[in-house]
Design a protein around this ligand. Structure first.
Ligand SMILES: [Zn+2]
Length: 100
């Protein structure tokens, strides 16, 4: 009759299996989150967040901004507002020209 070495061995392998499953679940959750982020970007990229129309890019004071032809919204990416305010002398003149 085989003799079992100890209960500690079973406990060790059970812990290893739990650890492996936790890592597997974390990887699966990361993959799902990345897929969702990609899906949202594909769905919303270059669409107006206000009315959903396709945005088009125009250069304003050397900065490429996104403008909506539907609601005339102007959308800025990260850092673009800072660039525009640094060079804001002609910005308001340009905006008046665009929306008049
Ligand atoms: Zn719009």
């Amino acid at each position: 009759m085989p003799v079992k070495p100890s209960g500690q061995e079973d406990e060790y392998f059970a812990k290893q299996e739990i650890h492996r499953r936790i890592l597997e679940q974390k990887k699966l959750a990361q993959a799902v989150a990345e897929d969702e982020k990609k899906r949202r970007k594909e769905l919303h990229h270059m669409h107006c967040p206000k009315c959903g129309a396709d945005l088009h890019e125009e250069t304003l004071e050397g900065v490429a901004v996104d403008i909506c032809p539907g609601c005339h919204g102007v959308w800025l990416d990260d850092g673009e507002l800072a660039k525009l305010t640094e060079e804001s002398k002609g910005v308001f003149k340009f905006l008046r020209g665009v929306f008049q």
